[in-house]
Ligand binder design. Sequence first.
Ligand SMILES: C[S@@+](CC[C@H](N)C(=O)[O-])C[C@H]1O[C@@H](n2cnc3c(N)ncnc32)[C@H](O)[C@@H]1O
Ligand code: SF4
Ligand code: SF4
Length: 317
Amino acid sequence: MANIMLTEKCNLRCPYCFADDFVCDRGKEIPFEELKRVILRIVRESPARKVGLIGGEPTLYSKFRETLEFMEQSEEIRHIVIFTNGILLNQFADSIRSDKPVFLINCNSPQTIGNSNFRRMEQSIEMLVRDKRLINNTMLGLNVYKKDQDFDFFIKLLKDYCFRYARISLVVPHNMEQYDSAKQYQREFKSTLLRLFRQLSEIEVVPNYDCNKVPASIWTSDEQTEIREMFGERIKRSNILHPAQKCSPTLDIDTQLNVFRCFGFSDGQKVKLDEFESLNQIKAYFVENIDKNVLRCHEECEAGCLRFGVNRHVICE
Ligand SMILES: C[S@@+](CC[C@H](N)C(=O)[O-])C[C@H]1O[C@@H](n2cnc3c(N)ncnc32)[C@H](O)[C@@H]1O
Ligand code: SF4
Ligand code: SF4
């Protein structure tokens, strides 16, 4: 799925954010006519007729309401994935009229974003789950970035709104050069992840990794057994014990229509969207110029963010 960045503006400064080199209060945004053209180009090339909206914070885009209306009305667009911090989403409740959009709400603690922002994020969740009955189109996500991170607020949100799945990312760190490999970094977070999994299992919520996926091989066989027992049969619908965690180019398109392999490479190689005939050609370009230059040790333990391998050419040990 390709994602379009509606605006560089953001109302938060999350400590782990990939985009911290350009998100700001007055960033650029994509002209609305261009946006509609690019959305249609993406869905026409997507077998699932799907497109993702990112930022910055997409709800700060000056034409966000018009974007939702356009997407709700277009018969060509079947699925829209909206990545948001959720703080302003409630203001757009009237423009959410179908189950076409899926909302990935990136949750931060009240200590990180302040009580009033947290309350507004919770009102947005309430609007989606209780008023619109869109729980199946809403996924709460958590970025794990501190070993002693407190997960209680996230557990309470999942429990209060009866979620059964959660999106988890062990963040791609800013200081990745300190690590010899993705796996070294992932191993350092084992006890934090295990603590999170235990808390999730107590409320019967199954985690699913997004970026920087952790391969099963970091866990001992006892730990794998424990994780399996925690989540039972529903673990089959999760990727947390997958032996190989593939990461293929997502294609993130910025406000100037430059395309990056994914958000993690937003400060790296880019190409112009309109210079390529198809998105598949752009994917192939990134596979050739980025993925193939990162040597992974062997298929089974393929895992972790490709960025770890950029300068040292090996992603595992
Ligand atoms: C950059 S944000 C933009 C949209 C929106 N502001 C948000 O926070 O969802 C897109 C997604 O990137 C993910 N992300 C940001 N920084 C990350 C990092 N360092 N490692 C892994 N994922 C990250 C977050 O989970 C977020 O949902
Ligand atoms: S809300 Fe999203 S774009 Fe804004 S700082 Fe946080 S992760 Fe980055
Ligand atoms: S390389 Fe993969 S894991 Fe890293 S940021 Fe990109 S999509 Fe995420």
